[in-house]
Design a binder for this molecule. Structure first.
Ligand code: AQP
Length: 329
């Protein structure tokens, strides 16, 4: 047992992990390993709420685990596993679902956005935020590092925890989101008014964490900006440039003011190349670490993580069963 506070977060193995995932969430996941007790998981049950191919799914899940490890998730310091290998997540999800009003789920914008984009509405997609609440509350997490797109789901998780505690006693801590001040919503490179997303069919819209330096530079050079050549941080008039400034700042550790000062009149060509240099430098160690990972070893580490997670989840879930009237007689 440790006195450190618990942190929980998850990532879906639905496609290639991009700079938005990294700067919005994963960079914080890695940092939090120093001062918190982290539980991180590849949320493979969430990923099947949209169409998927079982024939390649096994490979995609392993890829996601490898990329997370390459980013710095250390299975010695974090409890790290595949969600589907810990059945307590779905057990708790059902219980929490029975105390989640339909009206609350109907208001979830991510569900509405996905359905508006033409994704078939199914019960799993609708109930996605309840499973996410279960993931977090199962381990009694205090802090949840996520991008801005998950803020509404986190608020719903807090409501569910309060509802549960009011009815059954103080079981769940009320978790706080940890959302970065900048890069909470990294925007698409091809349309800076929508978020960078794994499901965007335009591959130029996102930099992948495993992209080669050449590809990163090409994608950043083709990033949409505007016709006024000033490099200025102004989300209303210059969303493309503001997005690049946030990315540049997060990858270089320099402030946005400082970067604006240096590149204000440099022209977009020089500015974009400098952004590319910073992104390449930030991502190069991840590609190197990824190449050194062995599939068999990663699979074994994930199996060990799942076994540890099941033990911990079972301890916690026993308390839920007891207070809700499901304990073994
Ligand atoms: N553009 C983004 N900027 C900042 N953070 C982001 N996240 C996702 N996109 C951005 C954060 O990354 C974490 C893991 O996300 P996920 O894989 O579980 O699911 P997602 O939010 O559905 O990712 P995508 O790439 O945006 O996929 P689609 O295309 O399905 O919408 C989360 O903490 C998320 O906030």
């Amino acid at each position: 047992m440790t006195d450190k506070k618990r942190v929980f977060s998850g990532l879906q193995p639905t496609g290639d992990i991009h700079l938005g995932n990294y700067l919005g969430a994963l960079k914080n996941w890695v940092k939090l390993q120093d001062d918190y007790d982290p539980v991180y998981c590849v949320v493979d049950l969430h990923a099947i709420t949209v169409d998927y191919d079982p024939a390649i799914y096994q490979r995609e899940r392993l890829e996601a685990a490898k990329v997370l490890m390459a980013c710095g998730i250390d299975p010695q310091r974090s409890l790290f596993y595949f969600q589907s290998q810990v059945p307590q997540h779905t057990e708790l999800s059902w219980i929490l679902g029975t105390m989640t009003p339909m009206g609350v789920l109907n208001r979830m914008t991510q569900y509405k956005d996905k359905v508006d984009k033409g994704i078939a509405a199914n019960f799993g997609l609708f109930a996605y935020p309840v499973l996410m609440a279960a993931d977090i509350l199962l381990y009694r997490a205090h802090l949840v590092p996520v991008g801005d797109d998950q803020k509404q789901h986190l608020e719903m998780t807090r409501d569910i925890a309060e509802r549960f505690n009011n009815r059954f006693g103080e079981v769940f801590p009320i978790p706080d989101p940890l959302i970065p001040e900048h890069t909470a919503r990294v925007m698409s490179l091809s349309d800076p008014t929508s978020k960078m997303s794994k499901s965007d069919p335009n591959l130029k819209s996102r930099v992948l964490v495993l992209d080669s330096p050449d590809v990163i530079r090409k994608k950043l050079r083709s990033a949409v900006t505007d016709s006024d050549p000033d490099v200025r941080y102004d989300w209303t008039a210059k969303p493309g440039v503001s997005n690049l400034l946030e990315i540049f700042s997060a990858c270089s550790g320099r402030t946005i003011d400082d970067l604006e000062g240096e590149y204000q009149s440099s022209g977009y060509g020089v500015f974009k190349d400098a952004v590319a240099d910073a992104v390449i430098a930030e991502l190069a160690p991840i590609s190197k670490a990824y190449d050194a990972l062995d599939d068999g070893e990663v699979s074994a580490l994930m199996a060990t993580g799942a076994a540890r997670a099941r033990d911990l989840a079972e301890e916690y879930q026993e308390e839920v069963r007891r207070v809700t009237g499901f304990a073994a007689p």
